[in-house]
Design a protein around this ligand. Structure first.
Ligand code: PMP
Length: 394
């Protein structure tokens, strides 16, 4: 019998208690507000059926062959031309989802013990991507409008980068205001602190587009990550990194080592779908659906939580809202009780790198139907009421 000695990195990949708990949310019959899954109603199946046929008929052998690690040139050009600042297609690296972008950034920028700054709370998948590289994660103070630039100087000392999600953040749904963006970029410039900007939700605004990305204000100081998962379909596993010319070659080498290149067939199909302005009609329909679903959840919360000390925000776009339980209640403890009543959410604890807000929870409003949202929020309120009664009785 061979004995396998695992790397220190592997030890950093432990499944958390919370991950195990979240498996329960996938039980049949549970109304889940837990997953970060886009609505399958929005997936453009017919457009892909046509694109698939065209790509195979026209360029079949090329689409099925190995290809350049940088990505399919017309798709890189499309990305460069559709970003709201001047981007050279040579700076665009097509990745296997933006999740791979986070992994590459971690590999290229983090050594054991390197300081990395994140928002409070932040995207769990980024913490997972960075963790194997053994960073020292520092959470920068944030409020309902996002990161507080004033708090950065105390943490910034030799930090490798600040990871930030300015638009409809996962998990909170919050958006960084115009003035905060300006202040943040100025602070980072003065501290010589590079930024990693993750923007998978920016196109999913409800009433008006969010302010310009950080990368548009300071292109040499920002690695920008984008994704086709939320505007087309996540199963394609396609995203992109826009990197300053100084770090691009290293990200490219890391990409080569990871998977040679993202699937050429998918890249060509996505380009085929996008090339004649498809997103201009398609994305407004996603926005309208998500805006409606969000309103249904906000109305359901207002009705069901009447008289309870529960608060929540009202996001301007994206897929999530962030709620807070009554004082003394812990979202991790509440989850199994909620699952018993047929509803699931993600306890906020999952998204904190350092100090945890145990009362917080994330609710996705995009995957459940309108009826499920109403029933699920009622069940959640019922769980909170019963828990509160038990707490009072103790
Ligand atoms: N960043 C954030 C903030 C996300 O929420 C997600 C998806 N959950 C990703 C990156 C990864 O998305 P993908 O790999 O599908 O592009």
């Amino acid at each position: 019998m061979s004995e396998w000695t695992l790397s220190r990195r592997a030890a950093r990949m432990n499944p958390s208690v919370l991950r195990e708990l979240l498996k329960l949310t996938e039980r049949p019959g549970i109304i889940s507000f837990a997953g970060g899954l886009p609505s399958p109603q929005t997936f453009p199946v017919t457009a892909f059926a046509h694109a698939c046929q065209s790509v195979l008929e026209r360029d079949g052998p090329l689409a099925l062959q190995y290809a350049a690690s940088e990505g399919f040139t017309p798709l890189r050009e499309w990305v460069a031309h559709h970003l709201p600042w001047s981007v050279d297609p040579a700076q665009v690296l097509i990745t296997t989802g933006s999740q791979q972008g986070l992994d590459l950034v971690g590999k290229v920028l983090i050594d054991t013990g390197s300081r990395v700054l994140v928002e409070t709370p932040t995207y769990l998948g980024a913490l997972q991507a960075f963790a194997p590289m053994e960073p020292e994660i520092h959470s920068v103070s944030s409020d309902e409008e996002g990161l507080l630039p004033d708090g950065m100087a105390t943490h910034a000392n030799a930090a490798r980068f600040l990871y930030v999600l300015p638009n409809f953040q996962n998990p909170t749904g919050r958006t960084l205001s115009e003035s905060r963006r300006e202040a943040l970029v100025q602070t980072c410039q003065s501290l010589n602190l590079p930024l990693v900007e993750d923007n998978p939700y920016g196109d999913l605004w409800f009433e008006k587009p969010p302010p310009a990305p950080l990368a548009a204000r300071h292109p040499e100081g920002v690695i920008y990550l984008g994704s086709f998962s939320k505007v087309l379909a996540p199963g394609l596993r396609l995203g992109y990194v826009v990197a300053p010319k100084t770090v691009y070659p290293k990200l490219l080498q890391a990409k080569q080592a990871a998977d040679l290149h993202s699937p050429s067939f998918n890249q060509r199909m996505v380009y085929e779908v996008l090339k004649d302005g498809f997103l201009e009609q398609h994305v407004p329909s996603i926005r309208a659906l998500y805006r409606h679903q969000c309103t249904v959840m906000l109305d359901a919360l207002a009705q069901a939580m009447e008289g309870l000390d529960v608060s929540w925000n009202s996001p301007d776009g994206g897929m999530f809202l962030w709620a807070r339980l009554p004082e003394g209640m812990d979202a991790v403890d509440l989850l199994p009780r909620a699952i018993e009543k047929g509803v699931a959410f993600v306890p906020g604890a999952a998204f904190f790198a350092n100090e945890v807000d145990s009362r917080a929870l994330r609710l996705s409003f995009v995957t459940a139907s309108e009826d499920q949202i109403r029933v699920g929020i009622q069940a959640l309120a019922q769980t909170i009421r019963e828990t509160q009664k038990e707490m009072a009785a103790c």
